[in-house]
Design a protein around this ligand. Sequence first.
Ligand code: BEZ
Length: 393
Amino acid sequence: MTIDRNRRAAVGAIAGAAGLSALPLPALAQGRKLKIGLMLPYTGTFAQLGEAITNGFKLYVAESGGKLGGDDVEYVTVDDESAPPKAVENMNRLVRRDNVDVVVGTVHSGVALAMANVARQTNTTLIIPNAGADDITGSLCAPNIFRTSFSNWQPGYGTGKMMADRKIKSAVTLTWKYAAGEESVNGFKEAFTAGGGKIVKEMFLPFPNVEFQPFLTEIAALKPEAVFVFFAGAGAAKFVKDYYAAGLKSIPLYGSGFLTDGIGEAIQDVAQGLTTVLHYGDGINNPKNNAFRTAYALKYKMQPDVYAVQGYDAAQLLAAGLRAVKGDFSKKAEMYKAMEIAKIDSPRGPFTLSKAHNPVQDMYIRQLKGRDNVVVGIAVKALADPAKGCKAA
Ligand code: BEZ
């Protein structure tokens, strides 16, 4: 017999009324399914990021025998297209029509903000495996919303700190005009200007435009000491190639590490030595990362990246919660408590969550060598997001 979770309580009551309470529990438990909604981009500029998160999540579930909290896992997948106008409808479909137990998603900050609002209204368990919108673990923080990735502020701040430490005095910033771009730049500016740096000009283009040429021409004319950017996915690959093709090698390019993560094959050798800051690096030499990279490469015939790590850790966090309540999803308060205090053994290195449910984590300095983002230092240790406006924590 297959029993989905939403019918479980009713089935239990019927079994009790029929005098079946003596049935051994596993007989009932065997058919239970944990329904997970994966709301991620599978098309568009962030498609590869959505795939990597899915792969990472499913790798952990496979390593756990296909189960979480003792239950078989069933997936309901939605391509959110990184389209904020479609986000509420997509999230409602998962929560209200498909009755998923938990939603894992997404990549794009604008989409995630809409998801967080629906999660708050419907008390849905939401685990965010990428999108960095600061408000999600700031003014929108909630007991049922968790993040296994970062806030946009974190890598931006780390990059600004590293550049100020390197005595760079002036920079132009360039990014897509939406929450992730703006908040990354804000984090960058905070640390860079506190360290004595000056912002020459802030430039923006609409998401997901990749017509970079006019901006590159202006950067060449402004001649800053350095450039800071936030781009990710296919757009990042195009930007990096365009930057070096425009002959701007003499103006060092920096960015939060999304600029070079997962795009090694796409950019080939054009950006060797490019330095970025992020909470993961390919060559981190700890037992967890080594095992993770080997297992991922074996299963998917490709190398993992930061997005795969964040997906893997989303599954680890959910597993920690479910373990504490022995798979009983109705004990949400207890489950959230266990998630809050979990120490996640991540390939990035172990991390815990802040009170606002965002990872407290090291910001690594990485350099592109071959296809790998190799860790060469630490910009900031155990960096916690300031969680501005978070009252529920
Ligand atoms: C964001 O929209 O939050 C985001 C997208 C890709 C990489 C990093 C952040």
